[in-house]
Design a protein around this ligand. Structure first.
Ligand code: FCB
Length: 452
């Protein structure tokens, strides 16, 4: 059976500002929480990254050569309003103005994310996402972006992965700003959702024909056994990772089971004010699906009553050890369609395969080629099963700064040599280009025989 895709499907790749731009001190940009966090901990930073700030024209040429018709990138709040609130930095805005025009000239639809984790440090000094005023500041920043780019953007993405921000940034301390407190992480999650809701209102009001969506990190949870305790733990973990964000955004309320668990652990969530869930529940036009792997769950006596098991024997893993499970992607999309009846855009999917150039200069990232083919097959099947999917944006265009993991993890379709900034199109990118040209999943051998 051939796996095909709808006409007008969006095909492309994704990045985010701090992970690729570099040029952190240029044209009036101020520090973000990620500049501070990486400096404090002596980690790899985004100071130079892929220097996409300067290389974007040739990077956009590559996108066009690879048949991509869409590009997801993020706007850096600390470039546009360096203080978080207050004066707008025209030079920062001008960068995105030029880039959006440059993409359109090349036939690439710009899909900007308003917030991909680089909070202006000056807002952090006023409490960052623990402060409700940050959500208001985000709405004002959204207005500035709409003023500048609104006439050329038809799909806006608001807040990237509120679950990852709240859990890695505020419960596990692995991401900026590095806090470790369950209560704070739940509070922050609410303010991120509020920011999404307020921005959605602004976009609707100012640009009624534009589509707006929120990219969520979604993890299908599977009980490790059919023991009822594991089954219950898996559903609880689903509430924590998925429904805590899907339900308020698409149904206007937090899921009761997860709310009960949280209130038992942290007391009343008194930061949820009357009317907040109306703002948050102003249904977006689409959900951005960021899918990488599944979670296998077993019951536990921990504070959160489940545990995520390591990769199962026999299941293929990426070079970072994540299980590669295309079938879970299919099940996730069908479930989202069934439970929420919402259009979807795949805003991230991919994995780490660290292949380097061989002596002939070619990057044979066979693992990514195979995973890409199988995930696209799963996606096509989900569309056949009724899921409304508008496009597929692979994470990532370039090897880049993988946050706390630094540059060691390569997610790119395009290899980046850090010392020279030289780009090399990997085998996976060539395969992807051939799929896009066919608007169908093709065999790997068809592509390597040069039929793209
Ligand atoms: C997601 C992030 C993205 C990238 C991928 C691998 O959680 O949104 O920036 O780091 O994971």
């Amino acid at each position: 059976m051939t796996s095909t895709f709808p006409p007008d499907f969006l095909w492309g790749a994704a990045t985010s500002a701090y992970q690729v731009e570099g040029a952190v001190d240029e044209d009036g940009r101020a520090p973000s929480i990620w500049d501070t966090f990486t400096a404090e901990r002596g980690m790899d930073s985004g100071a130079d990254a892929c220097d996409h700030y300067h290389h974007w024209p040739s990077d956009a040429d590559l996108m066009a050569q690879l048949n991509m018709n869409a590009y997801r990138f993020s706007l850096a709040w600390p470039r546009i309003i360096p203080g978080g609130t207050g004066p707008v930095n025209r030079a920062g805005l001008a960068h995105y103005d030029r880039m959006v025009d440059g993409l359109l000239e090349r036939g690439v639809t710009p899909v900007p994310t308003l917030y991909h984790w680089d909070l202006p440090q000056r807002l952090q000094e006023r409490g960052g996402w623990t402060n409700r005023a940050t959500a208001e500041a985000f709405a004002a920043y959204t207005d500035v972006c709409l003023d500048l780019l609104g006439d050329r953007i038809d799909t806006w993405l608001t807040v990237n992965e509120p679950w990852v921000v709240s859990v890695l940034g505020y419960r596990l301390g692995l991401h900026a700003p590095g806090e470790k407190d369950l209560r704070t992480s739940i509070l922050v999650g609410h303010h991120l959702l509020l920011a999404h809701g307020l921005a959605t209102d602004r976009i609707r009001e100012r640009r009624p024909t534009a589509r707006v969506g929120i990219p969520l990190s979604l993890f299908p949870n599977y009980p490790a056994t059919d023991d009822p305790a594991d089954v219950a733990a898996s559903w609880a973990s689903d509430g924590y990772t998925n429904r805590w964000f899907l339900d308020p955004v698409l149904r206007g309320h937090y899921p009761a089971d997860t709310a009960e668990l949280f209130e038992r652990l942290i007391g009343p969530m008194d930061w949820v004010r009357p009317g907040d869930l109306d703002i948050i529940g102003n249904r977006p036009d689409l959900i951005g699906v960021n899918y990488y792997t599944r979670r296998r769950i077993t019951a536990s006596q921990d504070e959160l009553p489940w545990r995520v098991l390591p990769a199962q024997e026999g299941v293929p893993v990426t070079d970072s050890g994540w299980e590669s499970v295309p079938e879970a992607f299919h099940e996730l999309l069908v479930r989202l369609h069934r439970d929420y009846d919402v259009p979807m855009l795949i805003t991230e999917n991919g994995g780490v395969w660290n292949a380097q150039p061989d002596s002939d200069g070619r990057v044979r990232d066979t693992g990514r080629v195979h995973a890409l083919r199988e995930h696209l097959r799963a996606l096509s099947r989900a569309i056949d099963d009724g899921a409304q999917v508008l496009g597929y944006l692979h994470w990532s265009l370039l090897d880049n700064l993988e946050w706390a993991e630094g540059y060691a993890q390569r997610f790119g379709l395009i290899h980046v040599d850090r010392s020279t900034q030289r780009r090399t199109v990997k085998d996976s990118a060539r395969y992807f280009a051939a799929v896009i040209a066919a608007n169908a999943v093709i065999d790997v051998s068809d592509q390597s025989e040069g039929r793209s």
